[in-house]
Design a protein around this ligand. Structure first.
Ligand code: KG4
Ligand code: ZN
Length: 344
C-alpha cells in the first residue's frame, strides 16, 4: 500500500511517500524558518499562507522523486493536530481533497504519534515495548509504548516544553529563532561549568518536568552580567548558553533514565526536535549503556517536523489494522489541542 503524507502543523511543510512494505520512498520539506526569523518567532497567519504556496509543488517534487503519479497512491495521510489551527487546515484540506477526488481513504494522524514512531524509520528499529522521551517545541513527555496506538503517559512538563526553554532562553540572549540549534551552537564555545543554572524537579521522584523557571534564571544571570560588563562579552554569552543547555539536558536525561529504571525496560526512544541536540544524545547514550539499555533516535533530518513521520505513522497503523472508520467522510476537522493519550 502506497501512502502520501502531509505535515503542516507549524512552520514546516512536509510531504512524503511511504510504502507499507518497503518503508520511506521519498520525502520533501520546506522550512519557513527564514521567513519567521524576521519576527523572532512563528507568525501563524504567515505560516498558513506559506503552506498553501508550498504544498502542491512539494507534492509534485516528492512524486517525481518516488517515480510515481497520484494514481499510484492508495491512501492520503495528514497531521490532524495538535498545532496551529490555520496551518493544520491547509494540510488537512489538501489531503482530504486529493483523497476525495481520487476516492481514496484519508488518514488523520496525531503529530506526536508521528514523532514517537519516527525512530522506527531507522535500522535497526527498536522493538516494542520501549520508553519514549518526546521533546519538541510544544511538548515534553515520557511515554511507555507497548505497540502502535498503545501509549501510556508516564510524565510530562508542568509548564514550558524543553524546546520552548531552549527557544525562550536563546531569545533572551539575542540568538534569534529557532533558539535550540542557535543556543546549542553558541554553547560549543562556552566553558563547561563556568555558569551553573538550576535543574528544576531533577530530584523529584516522579517523571514530570518544569522548565519555566529556567528562563527567569537565564534572565537574572544575563542582567548580572550586563551590570558587571556593560555589553556582555561573547565568551560570557557562550558560557551562559553552555550552562542553559547543560541544565536542560541534565534534567531530561535524568528523568529518561529514571523512566527506564522504573519500568524495567531496556529500550529508550528519543523523538521530537530537541532530539537533534548532540549533548542530549551523548548523555543519554552513555547513561543508558551503563544500565545495559539501548537508545534509538530518528535520523537527525527527521527529528524536526517532516512529512515522512506522518506517512510512516499511517503505514504502521494500516499494518496494525488500526485505521479509523469513516476514512472517506468528506467533512472533517482539525484538533489544534489534542493529547496523545486520547488516541488509540
Ligand atoms: O519537533 P519540532 O520540529 O516541532 C514541534 O513539534 O514543536 O521541534 C522544534 C523544537 C524547537 O524548540 C527547536 O528549538 C528545538 O526543537 N530544536 C533543538 C535543536 N534542534 C531543534 N533544541 C536543541 N538543540 C537542537 N539541536
Ligand atoms: Zn513536531
Amino acid at each position: 500500500m502506497i501512502i502520501i503524507g502531509y505535515e503542516s502543523s507549524c512552520d514546516e511543510t512536509g510531504v512524503a511517500v511511504v510504502c507499507t512494505e518497503r518503508g520511506l520512498i521519498a520525502h520533501a520539506l520546506h522550512s519557513q524558518i527564514a521567513m519567521h526569523q524576521e519576527y523572532g518567532g512563528v507568525v501563524p497567519e504567515l505560516a498558513s499562507r506559506d503552506h498553501i504556496r508550498r504544498v502542491l509543488p512539494l507534492t509534485k517534487q516528492v512524486l517525481a522523486e518516488a517515480g510515481m503519479a497520484l494514481s499510484d497512491v492508495d491512501a492520503v495521510a495528514f497531521t490532524a493536530g495538535p498545532g496551529l489551527a490555520g496551518a493544520l487546515l491547509v494540510g488537512a484540506s489538501v489531503a482530504r481533497s486529493i483523497a476525495w477526488a481520487l476516492d481514496l481513504p484519508a488518514i488523520p494522524i496525531h503529530h506526536l504519534e508521528g514523532h514517537l514512531l519516527s525512530p522506527l524509520l531507522d535500522t535497526p528499529a527498536p522493538e516494542f515495548p520501549f520508553v519514549a522521551l518526546l521533546v519538541s517545541g510544544g511538548h515534553t513527555q515520557i511515554m511507555r509504548v507497548d505497540g502502535v496506538g498503545q501509549y501510556e503517559l508516564l510524565g510530562e512538563t508542568l509548564d514550558d516544553a524543553a524546546g520552548e526553554a531552549f527557544d525562550k532562553s536563546a531569545k533572551l540572549m539575542g540568538l534569534g529563532y529557532p533558539g535550540g540549534p542557535a543556543l546549542s551552537k553558541m554553547a560549543q564555545s562556552g566553558t563547561p561549568g563556568a555558569i551553573v543554572l538550576p535543574r528544576p524537579m531533577k530530584h523529584s521522584k516522579d517523571l514530570d518536568f518544569s522548565f519555566s523557571g529556567l528562563k527567569t534564571a537565564v534572565l537574572t544571570k544575563l542582567r548580572a552580567l550586563q551590570a558587571e560588563q556593560g555589553t556582555v562579552s561573547q565568551q560570557s554569552l557562550a558560557d551562559l548558553a553552555a550552562g542553559t543547555e547543560a541544565a536542560i539536558v541534565d534534567v531530561l536525561a535524568t528523568k529518561a533514565i529514571r523512566a527506564l529504571k522504573q519500568t524495567g525496560l531496556k529500550r529508550l526512544v528519543v523523538a521530537g526536535g530537541v532530539g537533534a541536540n548532540i549533548p542530549l544524545r551523548e548523555h543519554l547514550l552513555s547513561e543508558a549503556s551503563a544500565l545495559g539499555a539501548k537508545v534509538f533516535f530518528p535520523p537527525i533530518e527527521l527529528c524536526t517536523d517532516n512529512g515522512a513521520m506522518i506517512a510512516f505513522a499511517a503505514a504502521l497503523r494500516a499494518r496494525a489494522g488500526l485505521l479509523p472508520v469513516q476514512l472517506k467522510n468528506p467533512s472533517f476537522t482539525v484538533r489544534p489541542r489534542w493529547d496523545l493519550h486520547e488516541i488509540s
